[in-house]
Write a new protein. Structure first.
Length: 150
């Protein structure tokens, strides 16, 4: 990533409050990644939403402002005893995909969909890395590609 390019971009982190200890770590990873790429802290806005289901609408509303180069969506859904997990995961996933497709702007997918809390923590800065950081890195790369193609 070219630091001078990323430094002029603006991003919005859309972060679910549900499973907050996990999503807070994802947010920290995304912030760290963007900072390392040269994005100024004042070029990073954060929208906290109730849960993963609300991520797509918040991402769409943020992009409609016309001030962001990319969105990083961060959340965590942990499987429970009912099919609710499947509906929330599917809705959030397809919703975020639709926002990216319809807006033509990068939307990072940092939504953990895990079987238990141990898997979630492993992916939020533990043994499996930080998926918030990875989602931010993907958005930066897509912004770079978009800039080259414009």
């Amino acid at each position: 990533m070219r630091r001078n390019t990323a430094g002029s971009w603006r991003f919005c982190l859309v972060v679910s409050r549900f499973n907050e200890p996990v999503t807070r770590s994802l947010e920290e990873g995304a912030r760290r990644c963007l900072a390392e790429a040269g994005v100024a802290p004042e070029h990073i806005d954060v929208l906290h939403v109730p849960g993963a289901w609300e991520l797509p609408l918040a991402a769409r509303l943020a992009l409609q402002r016309g001030t962001y180069d990319g969105i990083v969506a961060l959340g965590c859904v942990i499987r429970g005893e009912t099919p609710h997990f499947d509906y929330v995961c599917l809705g959030a996933t397809t919703g975020l995909e639709a926002v990216a497709r319809e807006s033509g702007l990068p939307v990072g997918f940092g939504l953990l969909t895990t079987n238990d809390g141990e898997q979630a923590y492993a992916r939020a800065g533990g043994a499996k890395g930080n998926k918030g950081e990875e989602a931010a890195r993907a958005v930066l790369e897509m912004c770079e590609i978009a800039a080259r193609l414009r």
